[in-house]
Unconditional design. Sequence first.
Length: 182
Amino acid sequence: MLGGGHETSLACIKALLDYKKSVGVINFDAHFDVRIQELHTSGNSFYKAYEYAKENNYDFSYLCLGVSKLSNTKALFQTMDNMKASYVLDTEFEKCIEVIKNFLKQNEVVYLSIDMDVFSQSVAPAVSAPAVFGINLKEILTPIKIIFESKKVALADICEFNPKFDIDNHTAKIAAYLAYFF
């Protein structure tokens, strides 16, 4: 799936949960997107998926990579702990390979999501919430390769790109490269 905010991920994850009964979500994102709120938004798709899994006795696990400590509240970190979800900060991104390998061992089916705001605003300015630190394109390629080589990816998306705010198509080119890499 290409485009839209993270609100688009929820339907795909629900469908995959209904089909497989157990799904691991790997999300490259500066934000957890686990707000606890009734209305479904791009800021709570992964919490809504977690709730849906609990309601239906499905297994759901969540890994968020490239998280900005400055872009998430203490309450969101607590929600991640309550969900027994895992994460790697953008400032410690080099740790993600080991975390991904362990996550893949624990999950038979994976939903992969890349929120373009995981990248530094210097390379991906056209997002809803640009990251001051973020990661770069080279840093994400090995982790994505490991994820796809596991042959566990059932669905994937690239989201949160807004061409209206792009500078010389920087963000568009990264999104296109990632789609090609997929």
